[in-house]
Design a protein around this ligand. Sequence first.
Ligand code: IPE
Ligand code: IPE
Ligand code: MG
Length: 234
Amino acid sequence: MRSDKLPEVLPGHIAFIMDGNGRWAKKRLLPRKAGHREGVKTMRKIVNACFDIGMRYVTVFAFSTENKNRPEDEVNSLFALMQEYFTEFLGEMLDNGIRITVMGDISYFPESLRNIISEAVASSKECTRGTLNIALNYGARDEMLRAVNAAVDGGKHITADELSSLLYTSDIPDPDLIVRTGGESRLSNFMLYQCAYSELIFTKILWPDLDIKKLYEILNEYAMRDRRFGKIKS
Ligand code: IPE
Ligand code: IPE
Ligand code: MG
């Protein structure tokens, strides 16, 4: 199969752990924030490509609960970058009929940034062409803890479906494919409940270097996977 051609089977939901911005900058003797800036451009390119080729759900891991523990200077530059970029990017999504959802606790974010995000979520609510789910101040353990506490508050045992409905992804299917750039083979607290049967692809490419050609290669690798979900192939 030629890897520059789109395979027939595409993931309905693709999730990206967008890692490697800092190292991309370091290689070029640039400050880390230059890597984040380039990373945002890549996010725009890749997210648009995913919807253009027919995927319905795209999740991007943009900021983890643990990323808050980075130096204040870096956290602030990430917020500033989102503030600068989100209005245009989220507006573009809206124009393209894409619904925006957020998973994570954005109450920690600066008010002006929160407002941009909340407005994009509210105004894209009825969009049906696809869903862009942005993980912001997201951690799977935090997500599960919230769900468990909500269940305990409910005062009775819950079903698996009810547990799913208490997660941030209540109306989003589990990811079919999780792609992590940057060379690390770990999930770093990302979608730990939802990833039960996700295919995982780890690539050494640093996030800012991910391009459409490589995305197609990844999709071809995914299409070759034999997804059995614990069953036996008939
Ligand atoms: C991913 O790139 C972006 C965020 C976590 C916000 P990194 O900043 O983790 O880049 P590396 O891993 O240091 O190269
Ligand atoms: C994962 O990358 C989080 C995001 C891409 C937003 P990290 O750089 O935070 O992960 P670790 O520290 O290498 O596990
Ligand atoms: Mg990293």
